[in-house]
Design a protein around this ligand. Structure first.
Ligand code: GTP
Ligand code: MG
Ligand code: ZN
Length: 365
């Protein structure tokens, strides 16, 4: 018998495969099954209240007092949107308690704004991160680069979405800048207003996939998701509130199941992006600089003033654009600042958790 034959799925959980459940999850869940718990996925998170999806129903859920206590010293232990969890059903009520979180295959974090450096998990167990940016006057290639670093660290595939192309001046220039920032990541120009490019976007989401939309407020994340969904999403999801400008702004993270298959996570917009635990992400964002640096004389070359620096040589020869080098240096500065702040805040354990998630993902890929 072929060793590759996948383990048979527990038929009771077949309803979860469209949400990404698989034989690996089945195996992870075995000990909880023995305790009479049921698998579910976190669909909505609002403070300590959750909505979860089981194979049969959508339930409201809360974590146990014990988990709440444990999470006080490490809030990565709190369930996040996208998490697979083990829940105990409350008999005769559409309620459950969350007892455990299954290992996170990928997770996307950002540094929260404020004086303290803390990582906030935006979503977990995602295949693709759509980094949405608008092609209007708010377009900013440097911000896109920072978003890409964050996405590369998540373990998920990043795709750059340039929305609002109907409002773009010099679209070609912006597309070129986006492509340069994106490196090897795909760049898609779309318009949520007219639906242009949305078919191509939809084609990137396969049944069983989970994708997340990330980007600053107002770039059109929810509008694009509405397009992907069809017409009735606004009626289905009443988790929006109107801000002062009368605009619908997403107020919390939520999972949406697309009729054509695939799960989409909408996130509230953020004012700025910061890098959390950067490292590998920077290399992937600047692959040409990474390639050149292999030829630098010093292994720890900073590409600023060293002798026999291949990056500086490429810059002098004009084969490496000056603005790419500048973006790279700016990013390094930001990373070193964050590392220092991180060290002082004693966040090493959290970083370790992050790396484990990468490894699990890479092994699977
Ligand atoms: N002209 C134009 N307007 C768009 C397009 N996409 C979205 N908009 C408008 O931009 C505004 C913001 O769109 P949203 O979808 O709410 O943006 P968001 O990214 O979800 O914003 P937050 O929920 O606040 O993070 C709305 O008024 C949309 O109608 C587009 O392609 N072209
Ligand atoms: Mg929104
Ligand atoms: Zn160098």
């Amino acid at each position: 018998m072929a060793a590759e034959t996948p383990a048979a799925l527990n038929p009771a959980f077949a309803g979860l495969t469209k949400l990404g459940w698989n034989a690996e999850r089945d195996a992870q869940f075995a000990p909880y099954l023995a305790q009479g718990l049921v698998p579910a996925r976190i669909a909505v998170e609002d403070k300590h209240f959750y909505r979860v999806w089981t194979a049969e129903a959508e339930l409201s859920a809360q974590i146990t007092g014990k988990s709440m206590h444990e999470a006080r010293s490490d809030h990565t232990k709190l369930p996040k949107v996208g998490d697979w969890v083990a829940v105990k059903l409350v008999p005769n009520e559409a309620k459950a308690t969350i007892h455990a979180i299954l290992p996170r295959r990928t997770l996307i974090t950002r540094k929260t704004t404020g004086r303290e450096i803390t990582a906030q998990i935006l979503a977990t167990n995602i295949e693709t991160v759509f980094l949405v940016t608008a092609a209007d006057s708010t377009f900013n290639a440097a911000r896109l680069e920072r978003m890409l670093v964050m996405a590369h660290e998540s373990g998920a595939r990043p795709v750059v979405i340039l929305n609002k192309i109907d409002l773009a001046e010099n679209l070609e220039v912006k597309l070129a800048e986006a492509a340069k920032a994106a490196g090897e990541a795909l760049v898609l120009a779309v318009c949520a207003l007219t639906g242009r490019g949305v078919k191509k976007l939809a084609a990137l989401i396969k049944p069983g996939d989970t994708v997340v939309f990330i980007g600053t407020s107002g770039v059109g994340k929810s509008s694009l998701i509405n397009r992907l969904y069809g017409e009735d999403l606004q009626a289905t999801v009443e988790v929006r509130e109107q801000d002062a400008k009368g605009r619908h702004t997403t107020s919390w993270r939520e999972m949406i199941f697309l009729p054509q298959g695939g799960v989409v996570i909408d996130t509230p917009g953020m004012r700025e992006f910061h890098i959390w635990a950067a490292g590998e992400g920077s290399k992937e964002t600047f692959p040409e600089i990474e390639a050149l640096s292999l030829q630098c004389h010093f292994r720890d070359c900073t590409h600023t003033q060293e002798k026999d620096c291949a990056v500086l040589a490429a810059l002098a020869a004009g084969t490496l654009p000056r603005d790419r080098h500048e973006s790279f240096l700016k990013l390094q500065l930001e990373i070193s600042y964050l590392r220092e702040a991180e060290k002082q805040a004693g966040w090493q354990t959290r970083k370790k958790g992050n790396r484990v998630a990468h490894r699990v993902f890479n092994k699977r890929a």
